[in-house]
Design a binder for this molecule. Structure first.
Ligand SMILES: Nc1ncnc2c1ncn2[C@@H]1O[C@H](COP(=O)(O)OP(=O)(O)OP(=O)(O)O)[C@@H](O)[C@H]1O
Ligand SMILES: [Mg+2]
Length: 401
């Protein structure tokens, strides 16, 4: 679980500090304040890991890579900094691990200026120990971490070299003996950033037996079929929820057609023949896909969803908010961005964060930092109504003081 995020000079986020992140964190803010930028940090790290920093910057910014991604107006000799604190089980013990990454330009090439993975020996006291510490492709990694808790054993530091635009955790993570790097790498690979596109989820699909719903949702038929075959009781629960919430839908069937491709058929109680998914409404597909995602028998360690309210009618947001909470309570950490008052109304106060721009700079604050907001909510008001009423204007200044 991610405990804290610190970012400098990444897109709209010139400098942000998020600490004490809960299992479910919901970010609300006007257009252009930096919600997507915040979520892009996760996809950016994921693509740094699977490719390299140069390509990840190009995906993020476009042709100019680094220059598009570093916050506009910041000197290009400065670094983009991303620092995450998270809990990981390493060698049988739960540790608060810090991963620190600085990316800068060397001539025209983006390089990893510094990359550190560190954690403390005991839960209290003691300086954190750098298990991985690299600059510009050169550095050291500790390879006998299992001896960490034995004070009389010297830790072995190995000098290593990687390409300057490749993450050390990416190449060292493949080596079993670098336990922290491996565990962190697995955490990043497992986190899921949903960018659901209804049109990609529609239509017949060739066999794709991926177990998890993909980022765009384009393997929806395959995930549905697999759920139906491997976990019929969960599939039935999802189905029941769709039946209750989408008027007219009486059944959903996921199957392999004669030509071997996968498809989903929907049945409407008012009509005799079932119809294929290209004829069903956008909202039905989206609700079905979200329910499959949120009932995944193996929840993602981190799940990011942007604006789940699009295409769904307001009352559904209350139900979806409960589904997200349920998912988070099973151990998957969830980050959601939203503009939906109904969604906010259904989320507990300690999960709510406001993003706003103050003099052009994005700031993120937990709702609980503002006594005024807490007082209103304790008195029975709801966060979504307060948001609609413009109660959060100047929030960060009020709270900063
Ligand atoms: N390198 C950059 N430096 C500064 N600002 C940037 C950079 N790249 C993008 N931005 C700006 O960041 C702003 C915030 O964008 P972002 O997409 O994060 O907002 P959002 O909160 O998701 O908004 P919406 O609710 O409209 O989706 C945009 O105005 C965009 O122009
Ligand atoms: Mg956005």
């Amino acid at each position: 679980m991610i405990e804290a995020v610190h970012v400098e000079n990444f897109k709209a986020l010139k400098s942000i500090d998020l600490t004490g992140l809960p299992q479910l964190a919901v970010f609300v803010g006007k257009n252009g304040v930096g919600k997507t930028s915040l979520f892009r940090i996760f996809s950016f790290l994921k693509s740094c890991l699977s490719e390299n920093v140069r390509l990840a910057l190009q995906h993020e910014g476009g042709f100019n890579g680094f220059k598009d991604v570093i916050t506009r107006g910041v000197d290009e000799s400065k670094s983009i900094v991303i620092q995450l604190k998270f809990y990981l089980i390493i060698a049988g013990k739960k540790r608060l691990v810090t991963y620190h990454l600085e990316i800068g330009l060397e001539g025209k090439k983006p390089v990893v200026r510094r990359e550190i993975l560190r954690y403390k020996r005991a839960s209290r006291g003691g300086a954190p120990f750098h298990f991985i510490d690299f600059s510009n492709g050169k550095g050291v990694a500790v390879s006998n971490e299992e001896d960490f808790s034995k004070p009389d054993i010297e830790l072995t530091r190995e000098e290593q070299a990687v390409d300057p635009d490749v993450l050390a955790i990416s190449s060292l993570g493949q080596l079993k003996r670098f336990k922290a790097a491996k565990a962190f790498r697995e955490l990043i690979e497992n986190w899921h950033i949903s960018d659901f596109h209804i049109n990609e989820a529609r239509g017949k699909k060739d066999q794709d037996l991926g177990a998890h719903l993909s980022r765009s949702g384009d393997n929806l038929p395959s995930v549905a079929l697999r759920m139906k075959e491997d976990h019929p009781e969960i599939f039935e629960t999802v189905l029941q929820k769709v039946r209750e919430r989408v008027p007219g839908i009486s059944d959903i069937e996921a199957k392999t057609s004669e030509d071997g491709s996968l498809l989903i058929r929907y049945a409407d109680s008012a009509f005799k023949d079932p119809f294929f998914d290209f004829n069903v409404s956008d909202g039905t597909i989206k609700m079905f896909a979200y329910l499959l995602l949120l009932h995944d028998p193996k929840p993602h360690k981190v799940l990011c969803v942007e604006e789940p309210e699009n295409q769904l009618y307001p009352e559904l947001m209350t139900i979806l908010a409960e589904e997200f909470q349920e998912y988070a309570s099973k151990g998957g950490q969830v980050f959601v961005s939203t503009h939906s008052p109904q969604f906010l109304n259904a989320i507990p106060l300690e999960s709510l964060f406001l993003i706003e721009k103050d003099q052009g700079i994005s700031k993120i604050m937990p709702f609980i930092a503002d006594p005024l907001v807490c007082g209103q909510i304790e008195a029975g008001d709801k966060a979504g109504y307060l948001w609609e009423q413009g109660m959060f204007e100047g929030f960060s200044r009020r709270v900063d003081r």
